[in-house]
Design a protein around this ligand. Structure first.
Ligand code: ADP
Ligand code: AMP
Length: 214
């Protein structure tokens, strides 16, 4: 099962992608997590990505596409994967489609988590992230059992540097201009399914599972 998660930054893509990956035993691949791991590791790719991420802009396609296409060729991707944060531009989607076509394959579902901009700002303000395992929490809507500590791996949670209100606004603008057109792209491919992302996170998950198992 090959799945693409769509939705604005903060819509809940990561939260739901992790749950889908656990339920179906497929890897969760987040380009944002890959960039953050590279920033932490001080790699050249990380330094390049950081300049864009800090401003709320997209990392250029020539960096991002090759990185993702390499990742989906790894051995753990044989039974599928859930992509979170990729594609974010039409050229990224086209490259993914072309690479899959070469293997006689395609994306099975593009799941769009629909949340209006007003709700996004509140979500991003309360987001806390685990720098070690990528788990995501919210101080009000999805708090960890012990304040500031990851339930899954025990690491100390952080506030992402790109979750400040000014950067969130820029990221939403970038989303509407560059990423939202993907809804049409995947509708055209016949694989788009939308869910109401303003619901409580367990019910969003149930709605997604119903789609995947229909
Ligand atoms: P994305 O990966 O789309 O950027 P996240 O999954 O990191 O978004 O979610 C953004 C924030 O909103 C996190 O703090 C998360 O805990 C919270 N969140 C996710 N889904 C919901 C929901 N259905 N209701 C309320 N808060 C949510
Ligand atoms: P995310 O963790 O998905 O919210 O991504 C955080 C940041 O990483 C984004 O604001 C972008 O700067 C960068 N990024 C992640 N995925 C992509 C992508 N597919 N294309 C370009 N930039 C990306």
């Amino acid at each position: 099962m090959k799945i693409v998660m769509l939705g604005a930054p903060g819509a809940g893509k990561g939260t739901q992608a992790i749950k889908i990956a656990e339920k179906y035993g497929i890897p969760h691949i987040s380009t944002g997590d890959i960039f953050r791991a590279n920033i932490k590791g001080g790699t050249e790719l990380g330094m390049k990505a950081k300049a864009y991420m800090d401003k709320g802009e997209l990392v250029p396609d020539e960096v991002t596409i090759g990185m993702l296409l390499d990742r989906i060729k790894e051995a753990d991707c044989g039974n599928g994967y859930v992509l979170d944060g990729f594609p974010r531009t039409i050229p990224q989607a086209e490259s993914l489609t072309a690479a899959l076509e070469k293997m006689g394959d395609k994306i099975d579902f593009a799941l769009d988590i629909e949340v209006p901009d007003e709700a996004i700002v509140k979500r991003m303000g309360g987001r806390r992230a685990c720098p070690k395992c990528g788990a995501t929490y919210h101080i009000e809507f999805a708090p960890p059992a012990k304040e500031g500590i990851c339930d899954k791996c025990g690491a100390e949670l952080i506030i992402r540097s790109d979750d400040k209100p000014e950067t969130v606004k820029e990221r939403l603008d970038v989303y509407h201009k560059q990423t939202e057109p993907l809804i049409r792209y995947y509708r055209g491919a016949g694989v788009l399914r939308g869910v109401d992302g303003t619901k409580e996170l367990e019910s969003v998950f149930q709605d997604l599972v119903s789609i995947l198992e229909a």
